[in-house]
Design a protein around this ligand. Structure first.
Ligand code: FES
Length: 66
């Protein structure tokens, strides 16, 4: 399923981009072009940023709350 139709970027590709270090919609656009066209997908990209756990963050949060 495409997360961004303009750039033909799938949801999986956006998730991989987030896991590789993208932390903002702008960074996602820089790395895979999603969100750089009409802007319709920006809300979906924000949801993916909130839902996708970057590597290491879960451990970091656990360590801080322990
Ligand atoms: S659908 Fe993503 S920029 Fe248009």
């Amino acid at each position: 399923m495409y997360a961004c139709v303009c750039a033909a970027v799938t949801t999986s590709q956006v998730e991989a981009t987030i896991l590789a270090g993208a932390r903002t919609v702008s960074e996602i656009g820089d790395k895979c072009a999603a969100g750089t066209g009409c802007g319709t997908c920006v809300d979906r990209l924000c949801e993916l940023l909130e839902q996708t756990e970057p590597q290491g963050d879960a451990v970091g949060r656990f360590a801080k709350s322990a």
